[in-house]
Design a protein around this ligand. Structure first.
Ligand code: GLU
Length: 484
């Protein structure tokens, strides 16, 4: 095939950009870039009742934020293709639907919802579980149709699915897939209100937009034969399809939008302080395996390494820990200027840092560069240090022990008697050695009384950083609180 590769991401604006949608978009984008093709963003908005405000914007701009920049979209349409929303081209779908009617591949259906429901119940009573339209409108005469029209009944249009036909296609992910046409009933392609159904509109769109490859979720696999019937009737070349496997959670269950353990929308990650490159990198490995065990990929590396034959054939597990790890990795690799740009918006509102200068804020935020998994988390670390927690009885008893008191007393004296006591990592290590030598306290007996008296917590950021953040006076004050 010498045609220019053109792929698309075609969300319905019924929700914000979901992690699964972002994965489809990424793989389509990589496919396009690998083969010097175009990545098209268009909207499937025919489910008018379910469309929600802001979804179209989020779908496009969250993608752009991730770095997946469409070559064509609702905001930068190619004049050659003009329409990037389905509701803008209803007359086009109508024209094509009636072309099929004229050729005898589709027909008008006047059945009402009630008629269909009755027929469904009848079929169920006969033990047929998956309903198939009984074709009662297939052979209506012109007079019969005219009479129904006169009654004010508007027809829908159904595709006449071929009988006994084996449909085989070569799926980019699964290899050869086959279906039998007898498993499909004649389905509606244009509703009586003039709005096309998904399976029809998507074929017309893909055809008129010269789409060559379609990578989409596994849930669309059984739609593909329906779409292939339509390509066949028009005599059009179908794109090459690939169906990506489902995403599962840690319990092996298909990821559902109600799964509260996993944050699912890109805008939520953005708000929490995830970096776009971390999300992209994570999504890449959620359905694709590199040849070696390489884990970290820049977007341009992804584009050059991407090999569609390595798309996973088994379900991909959403490993939350890995996503957080990846984000912390990318945070650590930011240079300091970029890091400040990223992190300062998160700490601007922190009440514990009111009155701090920009430079002080920068210094404070640097303390956490290697500690945080995501941007917003910096505030809980900061709050933990600045708002000392109340000790429980066991912790109090521990701090009151003779050894703990010896440690705290020594530190108090050390700070008071040394003019220029430094709290950077190396100086801290040196003078804490002094504490060990003088008090004989080690390990938990050494660190726990200090931690507890400073923050009230048993764990937390590296100790020298607590000293740095609180400063000498506050450290002394907090230690004194625990001295008897
Ligand atoms: N709007 C469909 C979806 O979001 C697109 C399906 C397709 O790619 O054909 O699932």
């Amino acid at each position: 095939m010498n045609k220019k590769v053109r792929v698309r991401y075609a969300p319905s604006p019924t929700g914000f950009l979901h992690i699964g949608g972002a994965r489809s978009a990424l793989f389509n984008y990589l496919y396009a870039k690998k083969f010097n093709g175009d990545f098209v963003f268009r909207i499937e908005d025919t489910d008018i009742e379910r469309n929600i405000e802001g979804a179209e914007y989020s779908q496009l701009h969250d993608l752009i934020w991730l770095g997946i920049i469409p070559d064509e979209s609702i905001e930068n349409p190619n004049p050659k293709y003009k329409y990037y929303r389905q509701m803008e081209k209803l007359d086009i779908y109508k024209k094509y639907a009636y072309e099929l009617v004229e050729k005898g591949y589709a027909y008008e259906c006047f059945c009402s919802e009630e008629d269909l429901e009755k027929s469904r119940i009848e079929q169920e009573e006969r033990g047929i579980t998956s309903f198939k339209y009984d074709r009662r409108c297939l052979n209506l005469s012109e007079e019969e149709k005219e009479a129904l029209r006169k009654k004010g009944i508007k027809p829908s249009i159904r595709l006449r699915v071929p009988d006994d036909k084996k449909i085989v296609f070569n799926d980019l992910v699964r290899g050869e897939v086959s279906f039998n046409s007898n498993d499909f009933g004649d389905f509606v392609i244009l509703k009586s209100n003039g709005i096309p159904t998904y399976n029809f509109a998507v074929v017309i769109d893909d055809h008129i937009m010269d789409i060559t490859h379609v990578l989409r979720g596994e849930e669309h696999l059984s739609n593909t034969p329906k779409q292939l019937f339509i390509y066949d009737y028009f005599g059009w070349e179908a794109p090459q399809f690939g169906h990506m496997t489902i995403i599962i959670n840690e319990n092996g269950k298909k990821l559902s939008k109600r799964d509260n353990n996993i944050v699912q929308f890109v805008s939520q990650y953005r708000k929490m302080g995830f970096l776009p490159q971390a999300i992209l990198n994570f999504l890449l490995l959620l359905g694709w395996t590199p040849e070696d065990n390489k884990e970290i990929f820049t977007l341009s590396e992804m584009c050059s390494c991407f090999d569609p034959s390595r798309l996973s054939k088994s379900p991909s597990m959403f490993d939350n820990k890995k996503l957080y790890w990846m984000n912390s990795h990318y945070i650590k690799t930011l240079d300091n200027e970029k890091y400040f740009e990223f992190i300062l918006p998160f700490i601007k509102e922190n009440k514990n840092l009111a009155n701090k200068t920009e430079d002080e804020l920068k210094n404070i935020s640097l303390v956490f560069k290697n500690e945080i998994l995501y941007g917003e988390q910096i505030n809980s670390f900061i709050d933990e240090v600045f708002n000392k927690a109340k000790l429980n009885d066991d912790q109090k008893a521990f701090v009151n022990s003779e050894l703990s008191q010896r440690v705290l007393t020594f530190i108090e004296e050390k700070i008071k008697s040394t003019n220029d006591l430094k709290f950077d990592k190396d100086s801290f290590k040196a003078w804490i050695n002094d504490v060990i030598l003088n008090t004989q306290a080690k390990g938990k007996n050494l660190y726990m009384p200090i931690r507890l008296s400073l923050t009230g917590c048993e764990h937390g950021i590296e100790m020298y950083n607590i000293f740095n953040l609180l400063g000498k006076d506050e450290v002394l004050k907090r230690i004194r609180e625990e001295l008897q």
